[in-house]
Design a protein around this ligand. Structure first.
Ligand SMILES: *Cc1c(COP(=O)(O)O)cnc(C)c1O
Length: 429
């Protein structure tokens, strides 16, 4: 539970940092040049010394062992994607062999839809929401087209009433007999709302519908209990809260009750290890999550994750979640105390159980305020149409960062500093 008795003032922020049990982990991470306040760890987590060491180690092995890479250390590197999967599984309380590190989020969505979605005349629809990140929808739409079906006849969209939150009752209501499969985000990328995964999964299964979750905005920030939730599948990226590097190989979970189900997109790394190098033209499918790999694992894009998982082992996800909730609660407290008079508000959930890892700060001039924030040495993250996402990351952000961020927002508001900037959009925000 987040602290509810905050005080104003820089000294108080420093006091909270003093008492923070995770404060020593900040030293494991590199700060950006110019001492910037980084509030964008939910888009791309910062580099750590541990990730760097693991990456250098991988390069060194390639350099000194060449192809022998696959054989040394009892085949550790040959099974690297499984080994890292086993460790990632702890973050969602899944079995070790239910998780594999492979591909990217988008391709893993293709993989899961291709595996689970077998449309029949009666049951063929794919249920989604209208607030999810667009790549999820692009992947689903192209899977529909690949089957020769029409998107508008096949997709069923649960619409948000306010453009901010998804109403879980409306999702349950939409689970009609013609729905074959559901894909939803665990946390909404704009408002940070956490959906009740356990309830929605139960409701889907009651109706014979497959359900999968996109964990991109919760993995590494919010613990999940997959033994309880028991979904059919899940996918996620490892470069946001988990800080495994830009384009890091992604995560894929498949419930063990589906081991042996025919893989939608197969490749030789999905073959059983024992027969893979017999190189037969008959796919001999592995009997756990490794079956859903396609080609050779991206070793250099996986290594940093190994380093990061060492940090997670020491810090503990529960402590990370607790600090994250405190940091976002502290930001909301300061917005209420100091920023409302300048037109700022937030539209993320205030309930701890419903809030992910960021504050969705709202302002009519959000875009130009983001430009002004960069001038105040803050790296924020803008999302159309009016949201500034503020993601204080428990492992490397401090309460003082939060305090200084609010200072900057207050000055920008007081002086209407956004007026100095154009509202024309640039490429990446
Ligand atoms: C970040 C994010 C993605 C990213 O997909 P990639 O294929 O890894 O680029 C996908 N879905 C959601 C919900 C995201 O937040």
């Amino acid at each position: 539970m987040a602290n509810k008795n905050f005080k104003e003032g820089l000294d108080y922020a420093k006091e909270l940092d003093q008492k923070d049990p995770l404060r020593k982990f900040k030293d494991r991470f590199y700060q950006l040049e110019g001492n910037k306040i980084y509030m964008d760890g939910n888009s791309l987590g910062l580099a750590s010394k541990d990730a760097e060491a693991a990456l250098i180690n991988m390069f060194e092995i390639w350099k000194t062992k060449g192809i022998l890479l696959w054989n040394i250390e009892d085949g550790f590197y040959f099974q690297y994607a499984q080994k890292l999967g086993e460790r990632l599984a702890k973050l969602i309380n899944a079995e070790g062999n239910e998780v594999i590190v492979a591909g990217n989020t988008t391709i893993n969505i293709h993989q899961m839809i291709a595996t689970f979605w077998k449309p029949t005349k009666e049951r063929y629809k794919i249920l989604v929401d209208d607030l999810n990140f667009p790549t999820d929808r692009y992947a689903i739409d192209s899977q529909i087209l690949l089957k020769g079906l029409k998107v508008e006849d096949t997709i069923k969209v649960v619409k948000s009433k306010d453009g901010i939150f998804i109403d879980e009752d409306a999702v349950v209501e939409a689970m009609t007999d013609d729905v074959a499969i559901i894909l939803l985000p665990s946390a909404l990328y704009r408002s940070s709302q956490l959906l009740d995964m356990e309830r929605l999964t139960k409701e889907a299964h009651k109706r014979g519908i497959y359900i999968g979750w996109d964990l991109c905005h919760s993995i590494g920030g919010v613990p999940h209990d997959f033994k309880k939730i028991n979904p059919d599948f899940a996918i996620w990226c490892n470069y946001k809260y988990l800080s495994a590097g830009p384009g890091a190989s992604a995560g894929l979970y498949i419930n063990k009750k589906h081991f042996g189900k025919t893989v939608g997109l197969s490749g030789w790394y999905g073959n059983k290890d024992e027969t893979q190098f017999q190189l037969k033209h008959q796919f001999d499918q592995a009997l756990d999550a490794t079956a859903w790999q396609t080609g050779t694992p991206n070793m250099l894009s996986m290594a940093p994750l190994q380093g990061v998982l060492d940090i997670y082992d020491k810090a503990g996800l529960d402590r990370i979640r607790e600090k994250s909730l405190n940091l976002t609660a502290y930001l909301m407290y300061l917005v209420d105390a100091r920023l409302r008079e300048y037109g700022y508000s937030y539209n993320n959930p205030t309930d701890d159980e419903k809030r992910g890892g960021h504050v969705a700060l709202v302002h009519d001039e959000a875009y130009r305020i983001c430009l002004a924030l960069k001038n105040h040495n803050v790296i924020p993250d803008y999302r159309e149409p009016n949201v500034i996402r503020l993601a204080p990351i428990a492992l490397y952000n401090t309460y003082e960062d939060g305090y200084r961020l609010i200072d900057a927002l207050e000055i920008i508001g007081k002086n209407k500093e956004w007026e100095k900037y154009s509202s024309e959009r640039t490429m990446v925000m």
